[in-house]
Design a binder for this molecule. Sequence first.
Ligand code: NDP
Length: 253
Amino acid sequence: MVQTQIAVEGKKFLVTGGTKGIGRGLVLNAAAAGADVITCYRSEDESVASLVRELKETPGDHHVVRADVGEPEGVRSLMEEVRTRFGRLDVIVNNAGVISHIPYANLALDEWQRILDTNLTAAFLIIQESLPILGPGASIINIGSKSCEVGIPLRAHYTAAKAAMVGLTKSLAKELGPQGIRVNVLAPGVIVTEAMLALPPDQLEAMKVRYTAKTALARLGEADEIAGGMLFLASDLSRYVTGEVLHVDGGIT
Ligand code: NDP
């Protein structure tokens, strides 16, 4: 029989980049589903205080820590926190991501490196450091992007990093599968975030019109809808799913 209850209760989650955007939705939904969650961020701003407040009102053992996962030192301090607070991990969601829009001719090596450091190298380091505390049944979820399959001008560095995340995921699925550890990509389409809503009204409107037209469901996505995919991949409902890319994108092309 299929167990229909989404079983993440009591599971220990690490979600990187959880103060804003998609990550915030992932953290709040995991906590609301009964998981214990550690998340991290870089910038001290109101989003941190408000997340801490919201998590205090949600039962469970939750922690919001400052750690820049784009730096090996930041990953080390984050993992120290995870080991001290939780001692084990059941679910890792590599969500922290950065993007910029730069013509390829002007793309500086530093900027290429910055985008790869947070979008790709952070996942490599976090997964490697987590191996000793990941048990059988653990699930690693790497947040990808539809954009790496279709390509987008001015985002060669970002889409290269996201495409590499798929290769990392598929190889690790085979390497870690015998230990009962699953590894998948969760690939959002265009999701409404605070950063998007902060765009000038004309740019926001143009963006909505452009991407709505490309999307089968004729609307942009919500962070809670990405959380639905995460809860599936985190739980035993997906216990025979690994090395996959789960698109949660409203059918965008
Ligand atoms: P946002 O910019 O809205 O939020 C990013 C979050 O990650 C913030 O909490 C930010 O904290 C944190 N973060 C960024 N860099 C670091 C870092 N080096 N160390 C620690 N925390 C960090 O991003 P989105 O929600 O839009 O994107 C989340 C993920 O989803 C990314 O991987 C992105 O590539 C992917 N994605 C997003 C799509 C979308 O439409 N929004 C579409 C497809 C994929 P702080 O501000 O403090 O740095």
